[in-house]
Design a protein around this ligand. Structure first.
Ligand code: UDX
Ligand code: UDX
Length: 459
């Protein structure tokens, strides 16, 4: 079949994979190739067990793979054939040198830019899909201009707002698509090409076009705002525990104001995920670079408050269990950074486990999707850890359960049975406020939710 255009995506990760699968589904006239340096990842994308667990993704990949969606490791060939190249390689926080712990590590990204220059034969549109510091496109353009031998590279910014666990739904019905382009005739032409792709299924009024820098910065700010809501509600949850107020009632009362809105106000053990912390620290670093100390400090507090919430959660566990968890088995219900994903990047469960191990507890971890990643995260420190797919077995002989991920199935467990199998007094620390606390108390548990009065059997 003759295809209208060839799209290449470099980086077959959480963002690149699902995004290209949905574009392939909605744009049968485009040929889409996804390449990655990891041969193992590509092998899995071409197998029956794709490397990412996302509801609905499997079906879409099966429908389009081999028709207009292809996965390979042939980066050079991919670049040569492509009209439009999406760059979706990872941009982790730098762990070394200038800006360590804050700035983005752009080495993969820069390497990719060099490869594009080296292997390109004709003009190309380059789309930044990775979240990048503001004005990164400028750096990419500099690299692309060196030795371009008369070829034109037009750089666009098209940040991805999908959330894990709902990636397919977010891609099929996005709140908005954001495209940043240079406000030049060439920039506008490239912008139109990308708008045309999304317009196959996204209403035109939801496709926002801006200049490049606004688009890059919007992505960082969107994540910073979302994380800030969680840190705000978590800050108040600490006050609620002192003041006999209920954080769920407060979140409902506050969120009912249509100016605030009800979403993203669930108090928790803390936010995790690959983006929030990384993007806020990146924003903080950029502000510092421009000498905007107060602005940097303001946003950094969002991350500090999140660290406080995680720390507070473990400290409370230890304090309530008579100031010691040494030699006690503690069951962690959930290890993923949120429900419906196997991803554990920056999961609060990692911090909680480390702290419990430091206190010499035995930790039994259960999770429907994330045990494989949990083993990776705890490699080398897990001689007192067991990984147990069955939550009933995980809780056997435990002194306490800590709910760290809001998996639906935890709400429907037989807690009578669990209580019988545990050591007494039995504790539950509900880090997601998903359980029926009154009922658990009636069963016999001592129950500690987040931001609510605890229910105990002690005087
Ligand atoms: C990544 C970025 O981390 C994020 O900032 C951005 O918003 C979207 O892209 P994600 O897809 O979650 O997010 O990252 P990851 O799952 O790690 O996937 C990146 C892929 O790029 C990996 O499969 C990696 O092997 C691949 N890669 C990395 C390359 O193909 N070439 C490289 O040079 C480096
Ligand atoms: C986020 C953004 O939502 C998405 O737009 C962006 O593209 C990538 O980063 P993601 O990290 O997949 O997506 O998950 P998200 O649903 O935002 O949750 C992040 C963390 O916040 C999770 O640990 C979640 O449990 C926590 N959270 C979320 C809360 O603690 N309370 C809430 O009310 C909502």
């Amino acid at each position: 079949m003759e295809f209208k255009k060839n799209i290449l995506c470099i980086g077959a990760g959480y963002v690149g994979g699902p995004t290209m699968a949905v574009i392939a589904l909605k744009c049968p006239g485009y040929r889409i190739e996804v390449v990655d340096i990891s041969a193992e990842r590509i092998r899995r994308w071409n197998s029956d067990s794709i490397p990412i667990f996302e509801p609905g993704l499997d079906e879409i990949v099966k429908q389009v793979r081999g028709k207009n969606l292809f996965f390979s490791t042939e980066i050079e060939k991919g670049i040569k054939n492509a009209d439009i190249i999406f760059v979706s390689v990872n941009t982790p926080t730098k762990t070394f040198g200038e800006g360590a712990g804050m700035a983005s590590d752009l080495q993969y990204w820069e390497k990719t830019a060099h490869e594009i220059v080296e292997f390109s034969r004709g003009d190309k549109i380059i789309v930044e899909k990775s979240t990048l510091p503001v004005r990164t496109a400028e750096a990419m353009e500099r690299i692309l201009k060196v030795g371009n031998r008369g070829r034109r590279f037009e750089v666009l910014s098209n940040p991805e707002f999908l959330a894990e666990g709902s990636a397919v739904a977010d891609l099929l019905e996005p709140d908005r698509v954001l495209i940043g382009a240079h406000q030049t005739p060439g920039g506008k032409r490239a912008e139109k090409e990308l708008v045309d792709i999304y317009a196959h299924w996204v209403p035109r009024e939801k496709i926002i076009t801006t200049n490049l820098w606004s688009s890059e910065l919007s992505k960082l700010v969107a994540n910073a705002f979302l994380a800030q809501r969680i840190s705000s509600v978590n800050a108040i949850s600490a006050l609620c525990e002192k003041a006999d107020a209920d954080i769920s009632d407060i979140a409902y009362a506050v969120g009912s104001d249509s100016r605030v809105g009800p979403k993203f106000l669930n108090a928790s053990v803390g936010f995790g995920g690959s983006c929030f912390k990384k993007d806020i620290l990146n924003l903080v670093y950029i502000c510092k670079t421009y000498g905007l100390t107060e602005v940097a400090d303001y946003w950094e507090m969002v991350v500090k408050m999140n660290d406080y919430q995680k720390r507070r959660f473990v400290q409370r566990m230890i304090k309530e269990m008579f100031n010691t968890v040494a030699e006690k088995k503690i069951a962690l219900f959930g290890f993923a950074f949120k429900a419906n994903t196997g991803d554990t990047r920056e999961s609060p469960a990692i911090y909680v486990t480390r702290k419990l191990l430091e206190e010499r507890a035995f930790v039994s971890i259960t999770d429907p999707q994330a045990l494989k990643n949990a083993k990776e995260d705890l490699r080398g420190i897990d001689d007192r850890v067991t990984y147990e797919p069955d939550p009933y077995k995980a809780a056997e002989d435990a002194y306490a359960i800590a709910v760290l991920t809001e998996w639906d199935e935890y709400e429907h467990l037989d807690f009578e049975r669990i209580y019988q199998s545990m050591k007494k007094p039995a504790f539950i620390f509900d880090g997601r406020n998903i359980l029926d606390h009154k009922k658990l108390h009636e069963i016999g548990f001592n129950v500690y939710p987040i931001g609510k009065t605890s229910f105990t059997h002690f005087d």
